[in-house]
Structure formats: C-alpha cells, structure tokens
Design a binder for this molecule. Structure first.
Ligand code: 5GP
Ligand code: ZN
Length: 131
C-alpha cells in the first residue's frame, strides 16, 4: 500500500483539511508555505495521467473550493496549483495529488523559472499534433 493510501486508511496520521467519500485533503508535511495542502482521490491512481476524466473533474472542483478557502482564511495573496507527474517532474509519491501552495510574497522560497525559447515551435507543434 502506498503512503497516501495508508494516510487515507488512517494507518498514518495526518491533519485533515477536508474529507468526503471520495476525496481527502491534508496539510503537506513540508509546509513549503503556510497552508500548503495536498488534495487526493481516495482511490489509488499512480498519477494524473492515469485518472479517468470525470473523476479528475470532480477532484479539481474540490481543489478550487479548498484553494479559495485557504487563500481567504490564511490571508494569502494567491496560490500555485501544482501536479507533479512522473519522477522527472518531481513526483515523489506515486498516488495522484494536487498541491495547493498559498503565496504570500513573490520573494518567498517557491520559484518556477520559465526560460527563453531555444526550440523550433513549428516542429514541436507538428510532433504534438501529428497522428
Ligand atoms: P510530490 O513530490 O510527489 O508532488 O509531493 C509529495 C508531497 O507529499 C511532498 O510535498 C511531501 O512533503 C508530502 N509528504 C510526503 N510524505 C508525507 C506524509 O507522510 N504526510 C504528509 N502530510 N505529507 C507527506
Ligand atoms: Zn495510494
């Protein structure tokens, strides 16, 4: 059983932000920023790409509600919604989960850098779209 399944089953304790029959939201142990929360389906899927569309839709509806609640209650200025998919992308727990990372200050420890383009956009588009 994966670590998040153990949390869902109550074998490992967690601080629950939200719970219903299908979804659990818990405070992330790292607290990258105050209120950093993980929202996950109770049913195990390894990652985002494995989830059925309708279940992902329902999950994201809850993510939006919980993010809104966290931003308001924590007096954050915004939030990042993040889904790491695959080890290369930083996924360390193979049970799909959505990070809600409240943001208080643009100089905090969270950063994503979007670099200048060095690729041929038309070739990329062809690769993505060709059958
Ligand atoms: P990932 O890197 O897979 O996108 O995110 C996994 C997250 O799970 C990390 O931010 C990490 O801090 C969090 N995490 C790992 N183990 C536990 C745990 O036992 N309890 C809680 N609450 N969070 C955990
Ligand atoms: Zn699991």
């Amino acid at each position: 059983m994966c670590i998040f399944c153990k949390i869902i089953e109550g074998e490992i304790p967690s601080r629950k932000v939200y719970e219903d029959d299908d979804i659990l939201a818990i405070l992330d142990i790292s607290q990258t920023t105050m209120g950093h929360t993980l929202v996950m389906p109770k049913k195990h899927y390894d990652d985002f790409l494995q989830m059925p569309e309708n279940e992902f839709g329902a999950l994201m509806e809850k993510v939006q509600q919980i993010a809104d609640q966290i931003v308001k209650r924590m007096n954050a200025k915004g939030c990042n919604i993040l889904i790491n998919t695959g080890e290369t992308a930083g996924q360390t727990v193979r049970h799909v989960h959505v990070h809600i990372i409240p943001r208080y200050d643009e100089n905090d420890t969270v950063s994503f850098s979007f670099t200048e383009n060095q690729y041929d956009l038309d070739e990329i588009l062809k690769k993505i779209k060709e059958n």
